[in-house]
Design a protein around this ligand. Structure first.
Ligand SMILES: *Cc1c(COP(=O)(O)O)cnc(C)c1O
Length: 380
């Protein structure tokens, strides 16, 4: 036996070695029982299994693979990415001070603002990709710092190790939403994050057919984590066994999909930045991107599958380009095997997102086909 840790491709392909112990089937089964039998002596026959809100082996197996991919001590699956984010915020003590990165996934921003308006938390939104701004926000004691890297849809890159140091100075815990890079590309916990959050709906499942969210930590004894675990139990925010099984199947190819998606995204980002109809491309893999150096240090194996590009001529022109696409689907979401495009200003009109911005989630299609589709749409 060697002590070298297994690589993500190996962990994922073999689902961490999970099989179906009851039949020796190579693939773990889907366990649908909501409750478990006790023996004549009143003891649980299977000591870990009492009731399915907490006890489900399919969910545990999927959690186990993610836990290993994250090098976490504990991973919890929840029924959506937002359920995962909400569990963290709900677990905070009343009146907790939260430093939230600005310009991130709108659902998280909206949730935090709602909790702040209700007086549950004290919220400060800050451009956390700017170390001075984050340092200033962390000069005041806080409970939680929430960042997202790369951010959606601005593709800002935050230095997780540096953010962890600043967070510690504020006496806070650092949570990182790594959805746009997946646990394969960014190892948030190893870089110093206390909690790593992912929308499983996106690249982790990767096939646009499951909703899910995940939270992982290295120290399950911290009070916030116990509160999160209790919240999942009390609020009943659990993932169902069918979803867990599909996510488990999806995860087997996560590292492989990431490889192709990152290569495709890099090629498309380069193609788009050389195109005369395009004003700017926001993608950390481009050398001129302000977060390129940090991303090079902090991401392994590529710069992710998500990018935004600004079309010359504003919203009308961007919507025309989007309307002319034939292969790339016009739909929200990201991280699936098929490429998706979205006009974010339509979805978030008040956010200050430029009208010409199109967000592109790059899939695993043939890159020349994607390039051709974009070329004809931009030239049309
Ligand atoms: C989609 C997404 C979420 C929310 O996940 P759901 O599974 O849709 O609830 C959170 N953060 C980011 C960055 C996302 O892209």
């Amino acid at each position: 036996m060697t002590s070298k840790p297994l690589s993500p491709a190996t962990i994922a392909a073999r689902a961490s070695g999970a099989i179906d112990p009851a039949t020796a089937g190579l693939v773990p089964g889907i366990h649908t029982a909501t409750t478990y039998i006790r023996g004549a002596d009143n003891a649980l026959i299977h000591e870990r299994n009492s009731y399915a809100r907490d006890d489900n082996d399919t969910v545990r197996t999927a959690e186990g693979v993610l836990r290993e991919l994250e090098s976490a001590a504990e991973t919890l699956l929840l029924p959506s990415g937002m359920a995962a984010a909400a569990a963290v915020f709900r677990a905070l003590p009343k009146g907790a001070r939260v430093v939230l990165q600005s310009g991130i996934y709108y659902g998280v921003t909206h949730l935090a603002r709602t909790l702040a308006a209700r007086g549950d938390i004290v919220l400060e939104e800050v451009d956390a990709a700017n170390p001075e701004a984050l340092s200033q926000a962390c000069a005041t004691p806080a409970d939680l710092v929430w960042i997202e890297t790369p951010s959606n849809p601005w593709l800002k890159v935050t230095d997780i190790a540096q953010a962890a140091e600043l967070t510690q100075q504020a006496g806070a815990l650092l949570a990182v939403d790594g959805t746009a890079s997946s646990p394969v590309l960014t190892r948030s916990l190893a870089l110093g994050a206390d909690i790593s959050m992912h929308s499983v709906t996106k690249a982790i499942n990767g096939h646009s057919d499951v909703m899910g969210g995940a939270l992982s930590c290295t120290n399950p004894d911290m009070p916030l984590w116990s509160a999160i675990r209790a919240d999942r139990h009390d609020a009943g925010a659990i993932m169902g066994p069918f979803e867990a099984w599909l996510a488990l199947r999806g995860m087997r190819t996560l590292p492989l999909r990431m490889e192709r998606m990152c290569a495709n995204a890099q090629a498309l980002a380069e193609f788009l930045s050389a195109h005369e109809a395009v004003e700017t491309v926001l993608y950390p893999g481009l050398p001129h991107h302000p977060g390129h150096d940090i991303a090079t240090r902090q991401m392994c194996g590529g710069f992710g599958y998500l990018m935004s590009f600004i079309v010359k001529g504003g919203a009308d022109s961007a919507l025309r380009v989007k309307g002319r696409l034939n292969l790339i689907h016009r739909a929200t979401s990201l991280g699936g095997v098929e490429s998706l495009v979205e006009h974010r200003a339509t979805i978030e009109p008040e956010s200050g997102i430029p009208g010409g911005l199109l967000r592109l989630s790059v899939g695993i299609e043939d890159v020349e086909d994607l390039k051709e589709d974009l070329a004809q749409a931009l030239e049309g």
